[in-house]
Design a protein around this ligand. Structure first.
Ligand code: ZN
Ligand code: MN
Length: 258
């Protein structure tokens, strides 16, 4: 399935409330993509994490007849060792408490609509525990008389098969830690949004070398000036499609209706 596919009918925000009410009765899963507005090197747009999470959510929804909410396009503060940190112009982040309460409020509304299973599909490393907290606070409010709602949270890359990663990296996968704006994200963006990737601005390949601790206030020590933390010169749209399709396939297997 490529970018030309029409995902309109899976977008909750493009439905009328009456259409939504009917679809909700048969849609087994409502997916909320979550990203960030954050520097992604000189070659990728800053909405990268939200764009990728939404694209994967739409393909998953098309696969299992789910529904996709508009993405949450702001996330928790960028950390130096996973996203380059807060020293870059453009990176626009939320306090943890804001993200927690934003997710709690959205989930509360989805429960009221009658959504029975919600998947929070995360595309930004730093969001993880704040999303978990938002889910916990929302579930805590459910009363005995309400139907039992389930909320799942996952980082989409955890559903990318290991053998695909080994093919992409032509050897052992070094891990997601330094993959910020690097081979994986650049390949997927080349596949999905080639017009948003500036291939002439690819920075020279280098691997960030950080200590195993964080120091605050952030000063950007050890963060490459490009904001990219790992090599990306072998990125390609073909690799991107392989990553996207295999990840969606595994997500669909995990979230197919019972
Ligand atoms: Zn990213
Ligand atoms: Mn990120």
């Amino acid at each position: 399935m490529n970018t030309a596919a029409d995902f309109t009918k899976y977008k909750m925000s493009h439905l009328s409330w009456t259409q939504y009410r009917e679809r909700l009765k048969i849609a087994p899963l409502v997916i909320l993509p979550v990203g960030a507005l954050e520097q992604h090197g000189p070659h990728l747009p800053m909405a990268c994490d939200a764009l990728l999470a939404e694209a994967i959510a739409l393909r998953l929804a098309a696969n299992i007849n789910g529904l996709v909410m508009p993405p949450l396009s702001y996330g928790y503060k960028s950390q130096e060792r996973s996203g380059g940190g807060q020293c870059f112009p453009g990176t626009t982040s939320l306090d943890g408490i804001t993200l927690i309460h934003t997710l709690r409020d959205i989930l509360r509304e989805l429960f009221r609509h009658g959504a029975m299973h919600i998947l929070v599909l995360n595309g930004h490393v730093e969001n993880q525990w704040f999303l978990t907290e938002g889910i916990d606070l929302a579930l805590r409010e459910i009363t005995q008389s309400q139907p039992v709602n389930r909320v799942s949270r996952c980082e989409y890359w955890n559903y990318t098969p290991q053998n695909v990663l080994e093919r992409i990296f032509d050897g052992p996968f070094p891990g997601v830690d330094l993959e910020h704006a690097a081979l994986i994200e650049t390949s997927m963006m080349l596949a999905l949004y080639p017009h948003l990737v500036d291939t002439s601005a690819f920075p020279e390949d280098m691997l960030a070398d950080f200590p195993a601790h964080d120091t605050y206030p952030q000063k950007g020590d050890g963060v490459p000036v490009s904001g990219v933390l790992a090599p990306l010169s072998s990125a390609s749209a073909d690799k991107g499609w392989l990553l996207i399709n295999s990840t969606v396939e595994c997500l669909a297997a995990a979230f197919k209706p019972e």
